[in-house]
Design a protein around this ligand. Structure first.
Ligand code: ATP
Ligand code: ZN
Length: 297
């Protein structure tokens, strides 16, 4: 397995992370042959293949060098890393990817008037993240019984198998449907690109570097836009003061209009209507904001 010359990335076979992970890799210029119900997808252009597996298996597959990288929730990666730290299974979060956002939280029955974590003492708390929960409880200095469940954690209080839960929350709708309230956040999670602590030293390492550069471009782009406007020269200072923080303006002369300039600025983040109105009041005209499609630093 270690003599591979192609980079292998594990992604979730079918679930919340599948489509966004494939979409992200596609935006990085990677395309794959093979249908998605198979175990492997072969990369067409670059030497990168995909392994399609259950998300829970991804950290273990990286630790065993079956694959080099994986796209997995930080929650799954953190539970694995903490549980297996003693065995020296060190994994690394290469990049946070900005999708699959959720929180690992404690939720208690809505009927409980919750004032602090001390109220959990002596309870049974159901979770699929026993190691992360244990660590948090130890930090809080609370003794509870941790009930480890593989799934359907949110129904445990209604079934009477636990008093409270520690589970993933996104909108809170599932909790509300089970008469639970979110009271403490243990971990803010999103999908991440995970890998072994030490990157491969062969060609796969070069491919990893290339992929990280492309990912940075794609991640940065998601937030970026290009602002164009025309300004009288004497309004330029006032307009530059109104640009979003960190905007990098470039100026161009306008043919036949010596007292006017064209300004282009790359903005990291949205340009709101309110800000555009302020810039216009400062003297700008012909303003437009366009999305950026590709960027390479
Ligand atoms: P698999 O069959 O691969 O084991 P799964 O049921 O464990 O699938 P999903 O429910 O698809 O996995 O969730 C995958 C990841 O999506 C989670 O580990 C988490 O990082 C993220 N996620 C985002 N929002 C939520 C949510 N509301 N509930 C659960 N996971 C969420
Ligand atoms: Zn899973």
């Amino acid at each position: 397995m270690n003599s591979r010359d192609r980079l292998r990335i594990a992604i979730q076979k079918s679930g919340r992370l599948t489509e966004p992970a494939l979409g992200l890799l596609k935006r990085c210029g990677l395309t794959f042959r093979q249908s998605r119900d198979k175990l492997f997808c072969f990369g067409e252009g670059e030497p990168v293949d995909l392994l399609l597996v259950r998300d829970d298996d991804i950290p273990g597959l990286i630790a065993q060098s079956v694959c080099d990288l994986g796209i997995v929730g930080r929650n799954v990666l953190a539970e694995f890393s903490l549980a297996r730290a003693a065995e020296g299974a060190h994994l690394r979060e290469w990049r946070a990817l900005g999708f699959g956002r959720c929180r690992l939280s404690i939720a208690v029955p809505q009927t409980l008037d919750y004032c602090g974590s001390w109220q959990l003492a002596g309870q049974r708390i159901a979770t699929s993240y026993p190691t992360l929960l244990r660590q948090w409880l130890d930090e809080q200095g609370i003794a509870v019984e941790v009930v480890t469940l593989a799934g359907s954690v949110e129904i445990a209080p209604r079934l009477g198998t636990a008093d409270s839960i520690c589970d993933l929350v996104q909108s809170g709708a599932t909790l509300a449907a089970n008469q639970l309230q979110e009271v403490d956040v243990l971990l803010e999670s999103e999908a991440v690109l995970a890998g072994a602590e030490t990157p491969p030293t062969d060609e796969r390492g070069d491919m990893l570097e290339l992929l990280l550069k492309r990912l940075d471009g794609v991640i940065q782009l998601r937030e970026s836009c290009l602002l164009w406007l025309q300004t009288p020269k004497d309004a330029l200072d006032a307009i530059i003061r109104k640009l979003p923080d960190g905007a990098q303006p470039t100026l161009f002369p306008l043919a036949g209009q010596p007292d006017q300039l064209m300004l282009q600025a790359l903005c990291s983040g949205e340009v709101s209507w309110r800000r555009m109105e302020e810039i216009k009041r400062a003297g700008a005209s012909g303003m437009f904001v366009v999305p950026v499609e590709k960027m390479l630093a």
